[in-house]
Design a protein around this ligand. Structure first.
Ligand SMILES: [Fe+2]
Length: 279
């Protein structure tokens, strides 16, 4: 088993259920707003919706941009917010995070920074695509080497790759300037591994569900709404969407298939400042 691996046992052939939340953009000040949305309140509403509607998940993944203000307190606020959910939570960094602060302050009984999670017939790899000082990302060689090693170590497991940056263009010109800049090469490389069944990310604050045709079959590509503000799909310029914050559930089946859906907070409680010109 790899160093830095977490392991969860599930009954043989049982489907693994994950919940993904992403891009909470929390502040130290719980009253602070991001473009008109109180990000602490919207995260709380997403978690309440999850609690009220979903059958229990096994693990929670949070795919970056936990903090908006690079403070210890923003990470502490996140840990306090997810406590009532009672799920083990695994995190990775986004471009708005400070990895050093994260590793120091994302500490809690149920909060983990492992890069590899073994669960049932699956291994989930938590990857770092951030580039210091840049909103855009890259998949570094060191992470590709890590993926290769992880697959060699447990070649009988299906693999889900989780990251912050989008490896494909999502059709928003302003946002696609900040994608994973070696996304094309990375996807072509990923398709050499029959074990890799899906890629999951945040960053784009909207739902994306596409399929990449790999050499060994289809690979699911998934992005998930933020727990705060939403970006308007297919917009060349920065624009916010009135859609409500949400989360994603993923059912990872023992045969390697993935069933997934996005769920949003009901009502219209979280309306961003539509005149906001930037992010
Ligand atoms: Fe974000």
């Amino acid at each position: 088993m790899l160093k830095e691996a977490a392991s969860y046992s599930v009954a043989n052939n049982k489907t693994v259920r994950l919940v993904q939340i992403t891009d909470p953009h929390l502040f130290a000040d719980p009253d602070a707003q991001l473009l008109g949305v109180n990000t602490a309140h919207s995260l709380e509403a997403v978690l309440n919706t999850l609690n009220a509607t979903a059958s229990p998940a096994d693990v929670m993944l949070v795919t970056g941009d936990i903090s908006q203000d690079y403070t210890d307190k923003s990470y502490h606020n996140f840990i306090e917010a997810i406590k009532p959910i009672g799920l083990p939570c695994h995190y990775l960094p986004g471009n708005h995070d400070d990895l050093r602060l994260m590793n120091l302050h994302m500490q809690g009984d149920n909060v983990h920074g492992h890069k590899c999670i073994y669960i049932g017939q699956w291994q989930i790899l938590m990857l770092n695509t951030t580039v210091k000082g840049s909103p855009g990302g890259i998949m570094p060689d060191t992470e590709c080497e890590f993926i290769e090693r992880a697959i060699a170590t447990a070649s009988d497991k299906h693999v889900l790759l989780a990251m912050h940056h989008n490896p494909i263009f999502v059709g928003c010109l302003w946002l696609d300037n900040h994608w994973m800049k070696n996304g094309d090469e990375f996807l072509a490389w990923v398709s050499n591994f029959p074990q890799i069944k899906g890629l999951l990310w945040g960053h784009v604050h909207q739902t994306i569900e596409e399929t990449y045709q790999g050499h060994f079959g289809n690979i699911k590509l998934m992005a998930t709404p933020s727990t705060c503000i939403q970006f308007k799909p297919k917009s060349d310029y920065f624009a916010l969407d009135a859609l409500q914050p949400g989360y994603r559930l993923l059912d990872l089946n023992a045969d390697g298939s993935i069933l997934t859906n996005v769920y949003r907070v009901p009502g219209e409680h979280f309306s961003p400042d539509k005149d906001a010109g930037g992010y």
